[in-house]
Write a protein that binds this ligand. Structure first.
Ligand code: MN
Length: 722
């Protein structure tokens, strides 16, 4: 048959169920595909266009889909196999059609490899996730069906590979979408290539036995027909041999011979109403002996894919068992065409308590209740797996992640060692930042190195999966112990400042004991580390000993007042310009010891001129300034600053020998004069070092701080304030 008449057949097939289809669009899609594929041949030697035409025919005849689907079927291979682009299709046809064709092409590009069941399940789900529009899957299944029908022309290796894929991916998807007829055909065709001998055995044997059974089945059919007529039930009745793959499964899975298999035959009785279904079941059971454990009522409880029917197996007159399926016309349509059948039925399926893993099919059916069937498939965006993203490993395994997942989640899902030694990631062969959000279908590759520095704290925010986060937390807890302790200690100290306290103020036996008791840590290190890696917060720690801290703060302030009174030496003209006041007395506050380069604030003291604080000194905080607003005065550094200014540093270290010597040596290297070095070992095995020195300015001070930080055992260097 020539191509043109094949096309004519397609139009005829569409006209039967959809007389108002967009025939002009379908015609243009055909013409475009015909020209695009011109010169290409199928393995059978036929012109390539035969294939898209056949796929469109399946979409029309078997699935009865809309004009857009027919057009997409005709165009389904042009992006993959010809120079045509999605943009072109979008312009010439519509963005929807371009998306459908692009979706099918994407699925075509996926390389399946045989995997364990869980992997196959992920593959199937990924197909949905990638498809967005369910019509993409329906066209893809039609494409596969035609390829399987013409598989004889392929090499044995290809036949086997495609058949496996079909058996593991496309047949289950067809089943899930309730498309029974296509599922059977895909299974039978796959079986033919996967086990040619087994397939042949079943086909030939059932052929041989057929005439013998045929007579009996015809008599039985007549008998049932007569009884239902008498009852006044309108019905249609068919019988058929079970399809080869379902027999095969029974034979090879249950180790039975063909003779031992129950119900090689099945009757199907189609009636008008659900009441009729049950009436027919009663009558069948009156006529023949039911095998009781084989009565299944899928009308009361539909299968998860929406399938509804009553199944019963009975013993016939000559002792031959057969199955009877009883359903309404609508149930039959849905059983045969599945999702695609909803296209035809505007009223929808009555919802019963469907359950099981494929909840989405239920939603799928629910969604179209009351909805216009015209819109139904169109709007059937596959949001079914929107809560999962499926990506590939370079080996072709599929992994699923929560939406928003990044290469970090991927790396930790493979193995925690991979995550911990990750240095970068490639998505679809391109280097990407670690916070790149993965999309279904992405191929993700993780770059690792033995010298990787391990996960950063920011990875916690970039990871979406709990698995990755907990592994990162574990690592940080384990590997960054010193850093955690130092960070935790700093956070804790900064909380203490709200009470005007330092860590040295709380390492008294009473407060320390209360702290550890109330936080349930054994040592301060443990507490600091927990704060450092995020297992506990500094705020909580402080709240647990609030009472003790308030008492300690009170004692401290009383002590300070006594301390401050005697030292009131006044210095002036220290390189400070006080706004609006010439030659006034200037002193540098002892609490924060500012040096040139620091932002500063002036406070007019009673009788001692202007006291200069660092702007970030707690004693010059905005709250403090509100207490005496008229005493605060703007000050700046002049150009004629002194040779040097006294200031202090506070160094937190692990307590160790020779610490003072190392610090002194470092400062002497930098030619910095030390005015005081006071090391005090704390009860938590730290050394707190108070360093009084003179520096020219902030730049020099920063240099000193960096240098001290490099000394072994030093965890933290800060400028005390407040
Ligand atoms: Mn194709």
């Amino acid at each position: 048959m020539d191509i043109q008449s094949q096309y004519q057949q397609l139009e005829d097939a569409v006209r039967i169920y959809n007389p108002s289809a967009d025939f002009e669009g379908i015609q243009r899609a055909f013409a475009f595909a015909d020209i695009a594929h011109r010169g290409q041949k199928r393995k059978s030697g036929e012109p390539y266009i035969v294939h898209p035409l056949a796929v469109a025919m399946i979409v029309a005849k078997e699935l009865r889909l809309d004009s857009e689907s027919i057009e997409a079927a005709l165009l389904h291979d042009v992006i993959e196999d010809t120079p045509a682009t999605a943009e072109e299709l979008s312009r010439l046809f519509s963005p929807t059609i371009a998306n459908l064709v692009e979706g099918v092409s994407k699925l075509t590009r996926i390389q399946y490899t045989t995997k364990e069941d869980e992997q196959m399940e992920n593959f199937r789900k990924m197909l949905f996730a990638m498809s967005r529009d369910i019509r993409v899957i329906l066209v893809k299944i039609s494409d596969r069906l035609h390829n399987m029908r013409t598989m004889d022309y392929q090499t044995p290796a290809k036949q086997r590979q495609k058949s496996l894929e079909t058996m593991e991916i496309y047949a289950p998807i067809s089943h899930r979408l309730g498309m029974q007829r296509i599922k059977w055909e895909l299974e039978d065709l796959s079986l033919k290539y996967l086990d040619p001998i087994g397939y042949e055995e079943i086909v030939s044997k059932t052929e041989v036995d057929r005439p013998r059974y045929e007579v009996m089945m015809e008599q039985t059919q007549a008998e049932i027909h007569r009884h239902l007529e008498e009852m006044g039930i309108r019905h249609e009745i068919f019988y058929r041999m079970k399809h080869p793959y379902s027999i095969y499964r029974k034979m090879f899975i249950q180790h039975k011979s063909l003779e031992e298999i129950f119900d090689l035959f099945a009757f199907r009785i189609i009636v008008d109403t659900v009441q009729d279904c049950y009436a027919v079941m009663g009558e069948i059971h009156a006529l023949y002996n039911p095998i009781n454990e084989r009565i299944k009522d899928y009308i009361g409880i539909p299968k998860p894919n929406g399938y509804q029917s009553i199944h019963t197996t009975v013993i016939g007159n000559r002792g031959v068992p057969f199955e009877v399926q009883i359903r309404t016309r609508e149930m039959n349509e849905i059983a045969e065409y599945g999702v695609a059948a909803h296209w035809k039925y505007k009223q929808g399926v009555e919802e019963e308590g469907t359950e099981g893993r494929f909840e989405w099919v239920r939603r799928l059916l629910e969604n179209q209740e009351g909805a216009d069937a015209e819109d139904y498939i169109r709007s059937l965006k596959v949001d079914l797996f929107d809560d999962e993203v499926f990506v590939f490993t370079p080996r072709g395994d599929v992994r699923s992640f929560p939406p928003g997942a990044t290469p970090i989640d991927f790396a930790y899902a493979i193995h925690s060692d991979i995550g911990n030694s990750m240095t970068g990631a490639k998505v679809n062969n391109r280097l990407v930042p670690l916070n790149t959000v993965l999309k279904s279908g992405d191929i993700v590759e993780i770059l690792t190195s033995k010298n990787a520095k391990g996960p950063g704290r920011d990875w916690m925010q970039m990871a979406r999966s709990n698995e990755a986060r907990s592994k990162i937390r574990q690592w940080l807890k384990r590997e960054r112990k010193d850093e955690n302790i130092a960070n935790g200690r700093a956070a804790f100290e900064s909380e203490l400042r709200h009470f005007g306290l330092r860590i040295r103020d709380i390492t008294t036996p009473e407060i320390l004991a209360a702290l550890l008791r109330n936080t349930s840590y054994h040592t301060l290190d443990e507490l600091y580390a927990a704060i450092g890696y995020g297992g506990f917060t500094a705020q909580k720690a402080v709240m647990r000993i609030e009472g003790e801290l308030k008492r300690a703060a009170k004692q401290r302030t009383e002590g300070e007042i006594k301390e401050e009174a005697p030292s009131k030496k006044v210095r002036s003209e220290q390189g400070i310009i006080v706004e609006g006041l010439d030659n006034c007395l200037v002193k540098f506050s002892r609490c924060c010891t500012p040096v040139p380069g620091d932002e500063i604030q002036g406070f007019i003291t009673r009788g001692f001129g202007v006291s200069v604080h660092r702007a970030d000194c707690p004693n010059a905080s905005p709250e403090r300034r509100k207490e005496n607003p008229d005493r605060w005065i703007p000050v700046t550094w002049g150009s004629d600053t002194n040779e040097s200014y006294p200031t202090s540093l506070e160094v937190v270290c692990r307590d160790r020998d020779n610490l003072a010597r190392d610090i002194a040596a470092a400062l002497s290297d930098l030619k910095i004069s030390i005015r005081g070095l006071n090391i005090h070992a704390t009860e938590d095995d730290f050394a707190l070092c108070r360093l009084d020195l003179r520096v020219r300015d902030l730049e020099e001070l920063n240099k000193v701080m960096r240098r001290i930080h490099q000394i072994s055992g030093v965890l933290n260097v800060t400028r005390p304030a407040g």
